[in-house]
Design a protein. Structure first.
Lengths: 94, 223
């Protein structure tokens, strides 16, 4: 069964596959009740275009009074998220 | 793709325009405008899926034409480089085209009917060309978008984060806001700008250019 409130990102997310992930995450997150969680534990690399997926999804969810949660980023990804200030607009769970 | 829609570079030029004189760059640091224009081209190529960046490098995803000659020329130049270079290097490199790039963007705005090209005489002798806006609708729209974003807690879309980054790097943000507003909204503006990697690279390129100016300025010692 597909859980409509969580999604797992693995490996690399960049301009070569970001469109695919954005479409999938946007579609699934519409069905989230209060929040939508993206599990980043197996994510090794994310580019600027990849990061923009989080912004777009968080914005769409916020417009529906819901929130995006980014969970379990590895230390390098966490550093990137904090350096970019994502932790100020998106909940990050370790 | 870009028939009448304004690019980030065109939006930046519009905000930089001094409406009363019809001249450009009257109220911003000239070196900053050049690198901000360069950054805006890279930003537009990113928004259109032609290039991608991370904290270390810029890389081409597709060399398919965008339909905008200035962007396509920039993409072709980036695509000829064999190694991936940091975004800040590209911003500085493209920014060296300064005036010629600015003139191309102004021409594009004239072609779109957003600016007029008017010849004036200075001291009744010297001819000069100025570019007053035809209606100011587009400029007002950009300013309104920026003001609404920085005065709210809404999550910015990437395009709006990028235009705020351009305004901050050129110090033009100081002309949109009062001193008190700047103080009150500084953290919010910094947060919006920081969301986009290219904004951080632009900040680094601007800092480097500023440092070069400081380094080349003679020091007067008072003994």
């Amino acid at each position: 069964m597909i859980d409509s409130s969580t999604y797992k990102l693995s490996g690399r997310v960049d301009g070569t596959n970001a469109e695919h992930y954005e479409t999938e995450i946007s579609y699934l997150s519409k069905n989230a009740e209060q929040s939508f969680l993206i599990d980043l534990s197996d994510l090794n690399y994310i580019s600027s275009i990849g990061l923009s997926i989080f912004i777009k999804v968080a914005k769409a969810l916020k417009n529906d009074n819901k929130k995006l949660i980014l969970a379990k980023p590895n230390p390098a990804i966490l550093d990137l998220l904090v350096m970019s200030g994502f932790d100020k607009i998106i909940e990050i769970q370790n | 793709m870009f028939s009448n829609q304004l690019t980030l570079a065109e939006e930046l030029i519009l905000i930089t325009l001094d409406d009363s004189s019809g001249k450009l760059f009257a109220s911003a640091k000239p070196f900053a405008i050049d690198i901000a224009i360069a950054a805006s081209l890279i930003m537009e190529l990113t928004l259109n899926g032609r290039i991608d960046t991370d904290s270390e490098k810029l890389f081409v995803l597709s060399n398919a034409p965008t339909g905008n000659q200035i962007l396509d020329d920039t993409l072709a130049e980036i695509n000829t480089e064999k190694t991936s270079l940091p975004t800040s290097v590209w911003i500085t490199r493209i920014g060296k085209k300064g005036e010629s790039l600015n003139q191309l963007i102004i021409k594009s705005l004239v072609d779109k009917g957003v600016l007029m090209s008017v010849e004036k005489r200075m001291l009744w002798v010297f001819k000069t060309r100025v570019y007053p806006p035809t209606s100011r609708i587009e400029e007002r729209e950009v300013r309104a978008r920026v003001m609404q974003l920085i005065n709210s807690d809404e999550i910015p879309n990437p395009r709006d984060s990028l235009i705020v980054g351009l305004l901050q790097a050129t110090s033009l943000i100081n002309h949109l806001l009062t001193h008190d507003e700047l103080q009150r909204l500084k953290v919010r503006i910094d947060n919006i700008v920081n969301l986009e990697e290219i904004n951080r690279s632009l900040g680094a390129a601007a800092q480097e250019a500023w440092q070069k100016i400081i380094d080349s300025t003679p020091v007067i010692r008072i003994c």
